[in-house]
Design a binder for this molecule. Structure first.
Ligand SMILES: Nc1nc2c(ncn2[C@@H]2O[C@H](COP(=O)(O)OP(=O)(O)O)[C@@H](O)[C@H]2O)c(=O)[nH]1
Ligand SMILES: [Mg+2]
Length: 316
């Protein structure tokens, strides 16, 4: 694996948790994943120890602020935290979140916290692929907990959150009527519900609305005996943050003890492999003239879209 970029030592440096090597590998895996495929294979072998937690919710629901508060609480328990923000509007800068209302201490000087923003749409080979590779890097680098923040609107973003071991859905008061425009499908992926900004008066209404909606939910997933809690937090007063971190730890124990963790791991890998195959297929088909000819022959009525697709598949 030795080459001019020093690939052979970047791996050992990442595994040793070296910040600069981690950042460099992340840039490379985002931009040119094929070049670092052998390194990423080693990274993946060394991943699997971190507790990976996905947070999703509509823009403005307080996810970034909550991530920051959680990171502080997790650090206070002596654990290290990696953060992946797949949200172009997440105001992270130099490791700190730029909260306007909520004043926050700076995590940027803390070696036990690593923050990475993936703001680029259309990262080569797909956003989900890039985000999950980034999570692997943090996991292999030894971070105890990895938090992934995604906006709960695009399918890609929801898929990313759902590829975590523990999924947290954040709702907030004051973002429109009732439980804001979040799809019922997104509510259903939660292992833990959080109503943020509970320093606000309207929050009791939000909690009640959310509980009513969850009660109405028809497709309850089999969670192997885990009851999905609705927790109240405020990053402003620190209300409920420690309870939330406790609950996340309990969920992790549940995953191990119930066997759900192993089942989920298989499902996550399945999605990941399929997504990567899809991305590779798009790249390979998109690279040649084969697609143009397939369009021509379909236009001419020589083939149907399906026949053309089957022909294309044979060429990749
Ligand atoms: N009152 C109050 N405001 C909050 C709280 N958490 C976040 N906010 C504010 O809500 C807005 C959106 O927060 P942000 O974390 O960026 O939301 P995101 O888009 O979901 O990541 C910002 O103006 C925050 O200052 C909270 O606990 N209480
Ligand atoms: Mg955000």
């Amino acid at each position: 694996m030795a080459d001019l970029d020093g690939n052979d030592d970047i791996l050992s440096r990442v595994l040793a948790g070296e910040t600069r090597a981690i950042a460099r590998l992340m840039s490379r895996v985002e931009g040119r994943p094929a070049d670092v495929a052998p390194i990423m294979a080693e990274i993946h072998k060394n991943a699997g120890r971190a507790h990976v937690i996905g947070l999703t919710g509509v823009p403005g629901s307080g996810k970034s602020t909550l991530v920051h508060a959680m990171a502080k609480a997790i650090r206070a328990r002596g654990k290290t935290v990696g953060i992946v923000a797949v949200d172009p509007s997440s105001p992270y800068s130099g490791g700190a979140i730029l909260g306007d209302r909520v004043r926050m201490s700076d995590l940027s000087t803390d070696e036990g916290v690593f923050i990475r923003s993936l703001a680029t749409r259309g990262a080569l080979g797909g956003l989900a692929r890039a985000a999950l590779d980034t999570v692997d890097v943090l996991d292999a680098a030894g971070f105890d907990v990895v938090l992934i923040e995604t906006v709960g609107v695009g399918q890609d973003e929801v898929d990313i959150a759902e590829a975590a071991q523990t999924v947290l859905v954040v709702s907030a008061p004051g973002l429109g009527d009732g439980i804001q425009a979040i799809k019922a499908g997104v509510l259903e992926i939660a292992d833990v519900h959080v109503v943020s900004k509970c320093d606000k008066e309207e929050s009791s209404r939000t909690v009640a609305d959310l509980k009513a909606m969850l009660h109405l939910g028809s497709t309850v997933r089999n969670r192997y005996g885990w009851e999905v809690p609705v927790l109240r937090t405020s990053a402003e007063t620190n209300l409920g943050i420690d309870e939330l971190v406790d609950t996340l730890e309990k969920h992790r124990t549940h995953l191990t003890e119930s066997g759900e963790g192993a089942i989920r791991k298989r499902r996550i890998l399945e999605t990941r492999i399929l997504k990567t195959a899809e991305d590779l297929l798009r790249q390979r088909i998109g690279e040649g003239d084969a697609l143009t000819s397939a369009v021509e022959s379909t236009l001419d009525g020589k083939t149907s879209p399906r026949q053309a697709a089957e022909e294309l598949l044979k060429t990749v």
